[in-house]
Design a protein around this ligand. Structure first.
Ligand code: T4K
Length: 394
């Protein structure tokens, strides 16, 4: 009789009484890195051509590869995601006020400030933690020009509801998709929604170019404006048509991207295995829930986020964050504090905590766990051992 297959997770019996600390610090992420010899070979090409920036061969090759991988109509590469978003707002000619989420990285409202636009914070949805479409409408004024929503942790925003509102009020929609590389909704690429979507290729991202980013748009004339704005507004030699800036990705970044793109699928698979261990083990803990994406969504696998309900659990999120350091595990409280709590935004009328109760609660409860392929099955179990030891079983 053939032996029945027992998944490895089920075979391992763990002593959760005395978990040991990791020998090396375990951070929230670790970038997938290509073979150094392969990178060296790209460097040799670059050295031979003496073309280091301004749309060289590597840049062109990466742009083509990403356009195909992301099924994007028009893509522009940038030196970082923040610059892509700054230029996206500029190219869409946004002004006045833009409605956005406080539950994000500070770059999101900052790009509005860099465009002399006032961010207006709306509360988030209690389950998806993305901008709550039902909270947007009451904040629309005659000064509102757009909605800037974030696919936070790769969770897609309520794209249909947001588009309906934008259509009804004549607003633009721009998405911060820093966490949503490769996310799909019902098989449709996330970059298909809204007027423009920014992607971040920072070292901490699943797909990265060290520093880098992109803006994906659907309208060809918008794409032309973005391309001009990211290169000083230069149309051709002796002809500068608008006050642009320098947002260009260089050849070294693009070369790294060409190699990293080949690692994405394997990395996503390895992260899926880590996520499986986390989900199985952490479900046993009282007051701890894992953030789940709907079944029709292909997960970018950028983050693994848990929420701690301190009314039920034995300790709160902050205590767990601190105690995990004893095991050499460095989690992150993405995104606490809220952007509306920072000095530069806290005096805005929309920053009042009474307008943002769901976001305030989420910011107290979320914790991003170490999440990268090389953490592996055993590493994921050791993280769970530590959490279980600190928080206790159900
Ligand atoms: N919008 C949203 C919603 C974003 O989350 C971000 C960036 C942006 C816009 C802006 O996109 P970019 O302009 O950055 O393209 C990190 C990243 O710097 C930032 O890109 C990212 N979001 C944010 C969520 O995380 P920090 O300050 O938390 O990074 P840091 O240096 O503490 O790194 C976290 C951990 O990652 C480290 O403990 C170790 C590991 N790490 C980090 C780096 C830089 C590595 O292993 N290797 C590395 O090279 O912001």
């Amino acid at each position: 009789m053939p032996t029945q297959f027992v998944p490895r997770a089920a075979r391992i019996t763990r002593n959760t009484n005395q978990p040991t600390a990791f020998g090396e610090p375990v951070y929230v992420t670790r970038p997938p890195l290509p073979d150094l010899d392969q990178f060296h070979s790209h460097l040799e090409d670059i050295w031979r051509s003496a073309r280091l920036s301004n749309g060289g061969a590597k840049h062109k090759a990466l742009e083509d590869a990403l356009r195909e991988y992301l099924q994007a109509r028009h893509i522009s590469l940038f030196n970082n995601g923040t610059m892509a978003l700054i230029i996206g707002c500029r190219a869409l000619r946004l002004s006045g006020e833009v409605i956005t989420t406080p539950f994000t990285f500070p770059a999101t409202p900052h790009v509005l400030s860099w465009n002399n636009i006032t961010p207006v914070f709306a509360d988030i949805h209690p389950e998806t933690l993305t901008l709550d479409a039902a909270r947007i409408e009451p904040l629309i004024t005659s000064r509102t020009s757009a909605i800037l929503a974030v696919h936070v942790y790769g969770m897609p925003c309520a794209v249909s509801d947001i588009q309906d509102l934008a259509d009804a009020y004549g607003l633009k929609v721009i998405y911060d998709g820093a966490h949503a590389f490769g996310t799909k909704v019902d098989g449709r690429p996330i970059t298909d929604f809204g007027d423009a979507t920014m992607l971040s290729f920072h070292a901490t991202k699943l797909f990265h170019t060290g520093e880098g980013g992109a803006l994906v748009v659907r309208d060809p004339s918008l794409h032309k404006r973005v391309e001009l704005l990211k290169n000083f507004g230069i149309k051709q030699e002796f002809d500068v048509v608008m006050p642009g800036i320098n947002g260009k990705m260089n050849e070294l970044q693009a070369a790294l991207g060409l190699l990293t793109l080949r690692l994405v699928e394997a990395e996503r698979l390895a992260r899926t295995l880590v996520a499986t261990v986390y989900r199985e083990r952490l479900a046993q803990i009282e007051g701890l829930t894992c953030l789940d994406l709907p079944p029709n969504v292909q997960d970018s696998r950028q983050f693994f986020v848990i929420r701690i309900n301190s009314a039920v659990s034995q300790i709160d999120r902050d205590a767990l964050y601190d105690r995990l350091k004893e095991y050499n595990i460095f989690t992150r409280k993405y995104f606490h504090p809220l952007c509306s709590q920072y000095n530069c935004y806290r005096l805005l009328p929309s920053s009042s905590p009474k307008n943002l109760p769901v976001a305030h609660r989420a910011a107290e409860e979320v914790l991003s766990l170490p999440f990268y392929g090389s953490l592996g099955h055993d590493g994921a179990h050791r993280v769970c051992d530590a959490i279980t030891h600190i928080m206790g079983h159900r």
